[in-house]
Design a protein around this ligand. Sequence first.
Ligand SMILES: [Zn+2]
Length: 215
Amino acid sequence: MDLQYASMHHDDIDNSVILCHACDLAVRRRALPSGVRALCPRCHTALYDTPFCSINGMLALCLSAVALFLPANLFPVLELHFLGSVRTATVFQGAMAVMDLGYWVVGIAVLVAAVIGPGLLLLSIMSQILLVKMGLNPGWQRDLYKWLLRRHGLFSQITMLEIYVISFLVSAFQLSDFSDIYFGVGTFSFTMLFLVTLFLQREYNIEHMWSRLND
Ligand SMILES: [Zn+2]
């Protein structure tokens, strides 16, 4: 891996200034070629590295997430065996059941955060990757790309898969005292969707996606 010293600009302090964790020197963050690590000019501590997300890596994560999305939402995430009766629930049925009880705001929140949000986020990242792969050359591609990037914050904020992974684990623990709990394809797909989306969001960097417009 090549090493490169990060540059300092005292006159141009903007929101991309970071502090060295070792000596607290303010350093301006800037785009590096891939496989290059930025070092602190004073104490040579590594500040940040591999700033360019690999488009193919993100595409692979995105395709896995899209493949998991349908089974995660169509198959039951929880299966209860209680006194001879079997009950299963998909995320969608859970949201509907809550709405039937009158808590329709909660039901809508569940649908948005567990189904619609992740769906929009995946579609958006997938489209951005495809647009980058097509070269972002005609005007409509650039316009669509910018439109998607501006909405990325909203899509990732309404995606809250982790809450559902935690809540069905908690309810499984609580219910396991008086009924048998089975996890199936739906539980597996939902948990995997959560993990893949987590890695995808970790790999995705909005600043680097914006910088592709200047290439
Ligand atoms: Zn330093």
